[in-house]
Design a protein around this ligand. Structure first.
Ligand SMILES: [Zn+2]
Length: 65
């Protein structure tokens, strides 16, 4: 059984994760629509981190409790 293994498409646009700065294909990146621009992250963990940072930026004086 022949395996038709295609090379990974090189012409696929790459984006940088806004958290860990890894370069990832745009097709697998998670896009986050910010207030002014779209941010990309490489996965769920970075998505959570981005969200935490985003909320801190919005509310620098978060009251505990
Ligand atoms: Zn990342």
């Amino acid at each position: 059984m022949p395996v038709d293994r295609k090379d990974i498409t090189q012409d696929e646009p790459q984006v940088s994760c806004g958290i860990c700065m890894n370069e990832i294909p745009a097709s697998v990146a998670l896009s986050i629509e910010g207030d002014e621009y779209v941010q990309y992250v490489c996965g769920i963990p970075c998505h959570h981190k981005w969200k935490e940072q985003s909320e801190k930026n919005r509310n620098p004086d978060v009251e505990a409790g």
